[in-house]
Design a protein around this ligand. Structure first.
Ligand SMILES: Nc1ncnc2c1ncn2[C@@H]1O[C@H](COP(=O)(O)OP(=O)(O)OP(=O)(O)O)[C@@H](O)[C@H]1O
Ligand SMILES: [Mg+2]
Length: 499
């Protein structure tokens, strides 16, 4: 689906600055929907309506209130509506005046109250904010009346081009909502109204005196956001930390009338639990890193023990088997080493490739010089993909340096090994190619009884749901052997989600 900015660019005549202004409105209008207990739509004039249809408007955005059920359950974003059908919105668009009336809502099979608020930017009406109000339930309570009153003040600001604020960052996930706790202060910072949730937030900060009638600054909340917002006419967000372990996020939005600050709306959200979770995640991260570090140390110890034992035996076959096992364990240790440095469960695979290649170079036994070239990247992989993949690649690289060039005649020609990595949206592809003598005549990957490739086959197929293919290349393709590993990402990320 098109974004509001795309819709504005494709369907309207709004320029970039005007579109940005509407985007900012969409970024902060959830506040307005809650204050109005209403659904809101943002419409703008269509640049070139199809011939014979008359003027049209396009819906750029839609938001539902968090504190009421919606009246408009359809998704209207992107729809074009003839001005004839929404004549009141069209009137607001052309006259620049707020137009009240009713609108027919098909789902309710009824007319409901609608306000059409012109959105002004630099003296031009760039759109209309439509407020569609659900059926009222009895007479409004004090808090409902206060919210509606504040909403009306915001409506004037929208029409006077003072809301949304030009330099306010678009609301983040954490920004307090009206329902988290709201307070209204007058131009002098005196509290006119506070919701029960706002009072709770004050209590959490150790402020027990009733706020109504007092100046916010005198309540004992050591924060300057209200005086700053009232003084500058700009919104302020501040995280207030009080007593060990209590954090309250406060958002102070000044209310303006004809450019004069007439008060402010303060939204308070107790984020203590969120912050505690943040800290917990951080310390859990550190603990996981420490575990990886210890696993790596233990693997290095095991590999040292195997190396010692290999030296003790005088049977060459036993010694080489022990050294093989030692090498395999080392390739797993590499992954844990990288994991112990990275926060979280993701490893940049590129960090693993370097040590793997170095390990393969170390174990070159043939006299011919061998070069290993790496190209491409696999990006970030989870630990449970990285470990089997690293072990498999270590085997393939080892095979290339061990078998591809052994017994070849021209011993001074350089042997080449190419490791090529690719990260697609759906799969990881790793290819190890050499320009050596190719696979033995009756070689079959599926039936080879040797340990190295059995390990590779098993890891790739059973642990990664992937595929491995090995072929000898024709002389025309450079000769040698090519092994290709393909690992589907989708299937694996499902596995990675498992707790
Ligand atoms: N790149 C290659 N070029 C030529 N032959 C290869 C290549 N890779 C594998 N082979 C052949 O495939 C055989 C099986 O390889 P595999 O890795 O399973 O066992 P291995 O290397 O002999 O022993 P190990 O268990 O120590 O790895 C090798 O012995 C070799 O003959
Ligand atoms: Mg091998």
């Amino acid at each position: 689906m098109a974004t509001p900015a795309e819709l504005a660019r494709l369907r309207t005549q709004l320029d970039d600055e005007q579109t940005d202004h509407l985007q900012r409105l969409l970024g902060s209008w959830s506040l307005l929907a809650d204050l109005a207990f209403s659904d809101l739509l943002l419409v703008a004039a269509v640049a070139t309506p199809p011939p014979g249809t008359g003027p049209q408007m396009v819906v750029l955005g839609q938001v539902r209130p968090n504190n009421r059920s919606t009246v408009v359950s359809q998704d209207l974003v992107g729809q074009t509506i003839p001005e004839k059908q929404w004549d009141l919105a069209a009137e607001a668009l052309h006259s620049g005046r707020l137009v009240e009336g009713t609108i027919f809502v098909a789902e309710l099979d009824d007319d409901v109250p609608v306000w059409n608020i012109p959105v002004r930017y630099n003296d031009v009406i760039v759109g209309v904010l439509m407020r569609i109000q659900g059926p009222l339930r009895g007479p409004a309570s004090l808090y409902e009346r206060t919210y509606l009153d504040v909403f009306e003040r915001f409506c004037s600001m929208v029409s006077e081009a003072t809301f949304p604020f030009t330099d306010e960052e678009v609301a983040a996930e954490e920004t307090p909502r009206v329902g988290d706790g709201a307070m209204l202060v007058d131009a002098h910072g005196r509290v006119e109204f506070a919701t029960p949730n706002a009072v709770n937030a004050l209590h959490r900060m150790g402020v027990y005196s009733p706020p109504d009638g007092s100046r916010f600054d005198d309540l004992g909340v050591e924060a300057s956001l209200v005086s700053t917002a009232l003084g500058t006419g700009r919104p302020v967000i501040e995280e207030i930390e009080r007593r060990p372990d209590v954090a309250v996020l406060a958002h102070c939005v000044p209310l303006l009338d004809a450019g004069q600050v007439t008060g402010a709306l303060i939204l308070l959200r107790d984020v203590t639990d969120l912050r505690r979770l943040d800290r917990l995640v951080l310390s859990k991260d550190a603990a996981i890193r420490e575990v990886h570090h210890r696993v790596k140390n233990n693997l290095q110890t095991i590999s040292a023990l195997l190396r010692l034992q290999a030296r003790r035996t005088d049977q060459p076959s036993v010694s080489s088997a022990l050294l093989e096992a030692e090498r395999r364990i080392r390739s797993i240790a590499i992954v844990h080493e990288i994991l112990s440095r990275e926060p979280g469960d993701q490893v940049p695979f590129a960090d693993i490739v370097g040590p793997l290649v170095a390990m393969a170079k170390d174990s070159v036994v043939v006299s011919q010089p061998i070069e290993i070239a790496v190209s491409g990247d696999l990006g970030e992989t989870t630990a449970d993909v990285a470990t089997p993949l690293a072990v498999a690649l270590a085997e393939l690289l080892q095979n290339a340096v061990e078998h591809a060039f052994s017994g070849s005649e021209e011993t001074d020609a350089v042997g080449h090994v190419f490791l090529t990595l690719r990260h697609d949206r759906h799969e990881l592809v790793a290819e190890v190619r050499d320009d050596g003598r190719g696979l033995p005549a009756r070689f079959e990957l599926e039936t080879t009884p040797s340990l190295g490739l059995s390990i590779v086959r098993d890891l790739i197929r059973t642990q990664l749901d992937g595929e491995i293919e090995m072929v000898s290349l024709d002389a025309a393709d450079g000769g040698g052997t090519r092994a290709t590993i393909t690992v589907p990402l989708e299937g694996h990320s499902r596995g990675a989600d498992r707790p």
